[in-house]
Design a protein around this ligand. Sequence first.
Ligand SMILES: Nc1nc2c(ncn2[C@@H]2O[C@H](COP(=O)(O)OP(=O)(O)O)[C@@H](O)[C@H]2O)c(=O)[nH]1
Ligand SMILES: [Mg+2]
Length: 329
Amino acid sequence: MEESPFGCHSFASSTVRIMRFLSQTASKQREDSFIAKEDSRPDDIVIPVMGPTGSGKSTFIANVLGEDAQDKPQTSVSLDSCTQVVQHYIVDSATSDNVSNLSGRRIILVDTPGFDDTGVSDFDILRRVSAWLENSYREGTRVGAVIYIYPVYPGRYSHNDRSNLKIFSKLCGKNALTRVTLATSRWDEHGDQDLLERREADLQSHWRYMLECGASTGRLGRFNDPDHRYSAATLLKEVVSKAISREQSEGELAGVILDLQQQVVLQQRELNQTGAARELKKKLDSLVKEYESMGDNPVVRAKARDVVRQLDNLKISVVGRLKLFLLGN
Ligand SMILES: Nc1nc2c(ncn2[C@@H]2O[C@H](COP(=O)(O)OP(=O)(O)O)[C@@H](O)[C@H]2O)c(=O)[nH]1
Ligand SMILES: [Mg+2]
C-alpha cells in the first residue's frame, strides 16, 4: 500500500492522524482567535466572562444567545469542563429578541476556560486568556466590562478559590475593578433563600477588597424565572448599562485597559512577569506544599509533577526580576 503524507499505512490510522492533525490545527487557530479589526465596531461592548470551571460561564452566554442561536458555547454535564479555548460570541442587541434595549449596540461575550480544569493546566489557561486579551488589544478592541461567575450554592470557600480570585483581580488591576461584576450562579438550586443570602453575604466578605474598589455584584439562575430576577438577560442588561454610564461619565467609547494588557502589550513583559502570573506562582507554590504534606502516592506524585512543570513555565528570569523590581508589581 502507498504511504500517505502522514506516514501511515492503513486507511483507518491515516484517517485518525488526519483528524488529529486537523483538530490540533483548529484548536491552535481557536486558541489564538481574537476580534480582528475588520470584524469589530468602535462601539462594541466586549465582556470577558471568567470564573471557576463549572460555575456557569458557558451557560450564562448560551442563555443570553437563546435556544435558536446557531453558534453557542457547549456547557458541561460533569465536573470536566467543555470550554478549553477562549472564544467570543456576538450578541446584536438591535436584532436579538433576548436582549433588547441595549442601545442597539453589539455585545461581545468572551467565554473563557476556568482554573482548576481537569484537562488543562492553570498556566495554559492563563496563557490562553492572556493571548486573547493581548491580540484583541493590538487589534484595537477595548474591554467594556468583566463578569466573574461563582456558584452561590453552599460549600467551603477554599484556599484555591481565594487564589483564583486573586489571579483574576491582578489580571484586571485596581483601576478596572469598577468595570467588574462578581455574579453568583445557581440561585435556582436551593429552596432556602435565606441560606443562599447568608452564603452570598459570606462570599461578599471574601470579595470585600474588590467590592470596596468599585466592583458590583449580580445573581444568576439556570432558568429564566417568571420575573426574570436571575436571568442571564437581566444580568447582562445591568452590566451593560453600568458600562454605558461609565463611558458617558468618562466621555468616550473606549473601555478599560486591564493590567494584564498594560503589562504584556505596553510594558512588553513576558507573561511570567505579570502580576497575574506571580499570583499563579503563589498558588502553585502552596499546592506543592500541600502535596508534600499528603505523603507519597502515585496520584499525588502525578499532580505534583504537573504543578512543578507549571512552575518551570513561570520561572522569572534574572532580567525579569530586575524589571519587576524597577517597575513595581
Ligand atoms: N441549577 C443550575 N445549574 C447551572 C447553573 N449554571 C450552570 N449550571 C450547570 O452547571 C454545569 C456547568 O455549567 P457550565 O456553563 O458548563 O460551566 P462553565 O465551566 O463555567 O462554563 C452545567 O451542567 C450547567 O447546566 C445555574 O445557575 N443553575
Ligand atoms: Mg464553559
